[in-house]
Design a protein around this ligand. Structure first.
Ligand code: ADP
Length: 259
């Protein structure tokens, strides 16, 4: 069931010097898309050329979080110029449909969209291509992982037991498919009081480390639950663009340095 299909999708209008990173999570709402966009901006801040494919074609949210305000442009029938935000190129189903309308295409069509995102987009020479996978371990993320067996998997989780348990299945899936696991990012790891500085472990403690140990990989970082991040995501102003020296920006840069 998990066998690697020997049909890697390749970029036809560009190249990747360093890595394709597929960002996965066991369930929705753990901050996978937020982490994808902020790591992309952190990698760009470190001097890398970065692209993002919003492979969460049903639950797309990259354009909103990254602050994409223009549409992709078709140059001819086979080539699409992706929108850019401060040098970061991105492509999403969200650019082709209205944000408020549900995507009701069936899986084969959605899979086709992903191939187009790889093949038809003029990516140019990139250092990193980040893929925001659909959440969970269902057919959609599985199909994508099969098509990009050359991607490294980064798993986002909260410390909560329920989240780490389901995220553990991604590790097993990656192992069976012989994909390389890059590590775990623990999001919403703690809340730090603005007044007294005390840390509160709202979703429990050490879940990220537990998951990393279980999957025999590295815990790449622990991000706080911080309203600034939510506000900036809602406003389409990634933290690093707004203030590269803020606490949360520095946390993302620390993780990006390990990628
Ligand atoms: P997913 O992609 O896993 O479904 P999102 O990235 O859409 O999750 O995040 C879910 C919600 O949580 C969003 O409103 C986002 O702004 C918020 N969020 C994510 N990470 C944090 C954080 N560390 N602190 C505060 N809010 C966060």
């Amino acid at each position: 069931m998990y066998s690697v299909v020997n049909k890697k999708i390749k970029l036809e209008h560009g190249s990747i010097k360093k890595k394709i990173i597929a960002v996965a999570s066991g369930k929705g709402g753990v901050g996978k898309s937020t982490v994808t966009v902020n790591l992309a901006t952190a990698l760009a801040e470190l001097g890398n050329k970065v692209g993002i494919i919003d492979a969460d074609v049903r639950g797309f949210s990259i354009p909103r979080i990254l602050g994409v305000s223009t549409k992709p442009k078709a140059v001819d029938e086979k080539e699409i110029i992706p929108p850019e935000v401060k040098g970061i190129k991105s492509i999403s189903m969200g650019s082709f449909v209205d944000e408020n309308s549900p995507v009701i295409w069936r899986a084969p069509l959605l899979g086709g969209a992903l191939e187009q995102f790889f093949k038809d987009v003029r990516w140019g020479d990139l250092d990193y291509l980040l893929l925001d996978l659909p959440p969970g371990t269902g057919d959609m993320p599985l199909n994508i992982m099969q098509k990009v067996p050359h991607a490294d998997i980064l798993v986002v989780t909260t410390p909560q037991v329920t989240a780490t348990k389901v995220a553990g299945r991604i590790g097993k899936m990656a192992e069976k498919m012989k994909l390389n696991l890059l590590g775990v990012v623990e999001n919403m790891a703690y809340y730090q009081c603005n007044n007294c500085g005390q840390k509160e472990y709202i979703f429990g403690e050490n879940g990220g480390q537990y998951l990393a140990d279980y999957m025999e990989t590295e815990l790449l970082g622990q991000l706080p639950l911080i309203s600034e991040l939510r506000q900036r995501s809602d406003a389409g102003q990634p933290a690093i663009f707004a203030d590269p020296d803020s606490l949360i920006s520095r946390e993302f840069i620390k993780i990006a340095q390990k990628l």
